[in-house]
Design a protein around this ligand. Sequence first.
Ligand code: ADP
Ligand code: MG
Length: 697
Amino acid sequence: MAGFFDTKIEFLKGVGPQKAALINKELNIFTYGELLQHYPFRYEDRTKFWKIRELSADLENVQIIAKIKKVELVSMGNKNRLVAHVADETGEMELTWFKGIQWVQKKLPVGAVFIFLGKPALFGRKWSIAHPEMEPVTAANEHRNNFQPVYSTTEKLRNRFLDSRGISKIMEGLVQGSLPHIQETIPDSIREQYQLIGRQESIRQIHFPSEPNLLQRARKRLKFEEFFYLQLRLLKMKVTRTEKYRGQILGNTELLTEFYNNHIPFELTNAQKRVIRESFMDMKSGKQMNRLIQGDVGSGKTMVAFICALIAISSGAQTCLMAPTEILANQHYEGLKEYADMMGIKIALLTGSSKKAQRRVIHEELLSGELKILIGTHALLEDIVQFQNLGLAIVDEQHRFGVAQRAKLWAKNETFIPHVLVMTATPIPRTLAMTLYGDLDVSVIDELPAGRKPIQTVHRYDKDRLKVFGFINEEIKKGRQVYIVYPLIEESETLDLKNVMDGYESISRAFPNYPVSIVNGSMKADAKDYEMQRFVKGETKIMVATTVIEVGVNVPNASVMIIENAERFGLSQLHQLRGRVGRGAEQSYCVLMSKYELSKDSRVRLDTMVRTNDGFEIADVDLRLRGPGDLMGTQQSGITDLLIADLSKDAPILTLARDAAQQVLANDPDLSLPENASILRQIRQQKKHAVNWSRIS
Ligand code: ADP
Ligand code: MG
């Protein structure tokens, strides 16, 4: 049976070797099965016929029924065009062709009545359609009640009569021939539960819808199927991993209790408590933890990390925390050292700029087990860094770490792979998280500590700069500090530097009485650090910087964030930058500066920032603007394989499909029950195809 769908398309009626080769090349489609899944990307409503008098310029494609009055060849210079004058009972109009004139001319006998389709345009006082689709009126098509599929195609294919209609013609034969071979891939019980129509019916409706309602149901079913198998694959990967890797049992809460009763500086939020509980369940389970903690900027991920470290330490293991930059590693170290000292726990910092002598001590104390918490940058990954017993590895701001680097962390404990906590402040829409991290467990800190005042965000144009300076001045007088951030200009490092240096100069001139710090990408790490520290200590009032301060830096007294050329930043970056303020008790502000003329997308980004502080809402808009592939910059997890489902629009279906996949695996982890035979067969099919593909490319 499977053989049918592997048939080469050249054997299809109306295709043949030459067209097949072109389709192979242009659409990357080789087999019946692949062509069958070349779904229409939209449908044209062919239920409506327009009268010539009703036409207007804002209409897209319209259908009219008209009688041919006269056909003439019009010459302009050395160019010919064919003009057909047609009429219905409400008026007259013209149809024009610039190409394929001879062929068209033969098809248009004066007096015949045709259905024409195309986009109307007004020339002078006459309506006209260029290169309309056309077909003679018959009893059948005059009263048809259907939606015409529109297939994506290419210029080269169109030149060989494989436009959308041409593809549709081929599809007719293919769908007819395929129906008896199409097997159901979703068990009846699930189809009933989620009210999904059968596979055969879906395939037929998706290509040749008989009514809108059925088309809707066909699309839903095919999207569900796609998500269902994607989720099944991810969930199975997770099950396999948990079975394969045992985890060190870290279940002692002695230190945690002591810290909680005597030292903790604030009440944890409920979300923090929940995430700690979720991680604790994993750490004591005997299975290796792989957990992603998503929490908006300022949601208190560091404290969650520290408490998990305490659990690991009371259970006899060590912990490391890896940050993407030296500044951040420093800040984590400074912050956590205070708590660790209270608890009498030894903690150290290891970065690229650690001195040799310091390193030696660190290496020794790690091996002896005396050093309990090691904080650092990529320097932690070096082979020479060996632990006595690394039980928990925490990675902050994960989007900067690659998979290979995570693997290096895993290798730091030969007996048990360390439990891994990945913390990210880049909110990922739930749909994407479910897909990209479907094999990780995800915890969300969806609550900010009490008493935070929401940051007020405004958008100002460059011409209002003086007013903005006035505002900066007032805030500094009140004792606050201010960030002014310039975009990285990717095309040119020199331009980049010039931009921020010009900014620095004009700021210094505008505020002669306030000391100003500057941090940019071309400064040495220690120079950066020095400037940063001056700002942290409050010695400087204004920090002029490129995006190096984007991640994690914490200066509670800084309450104003000015973002220059805000239209050049992506949404998640804007959100990250804004998250640098609003960390203290004072009202904080974010000012987005931009030029006056903005692209549509830039305007949506800036409006979104002004409207909301909710990282997830922002991430959803980002997903809609940029699409899933671009958002993650990734090919992983098969999100790019989706044919019909759309992560940015079909979240509800994804959720259902994930529930269904979970339910199936919970009842039947090996998929060995007879009722799940269709699932197993489909998975084998897909695997076989994956192999074929890797051979081709
Ligand atoms: P992020 O999640 O962005 O890494 P941090 O861990 O840096 O956030 O926390 C931001 C600030 O909030 C820190 O100053 C931290 O001490 C404080 N904080 C964390 N949790 C709480 C809480 N439950 N109540 C009050 N303040 C908190
Ligand atoms: Mg942080």
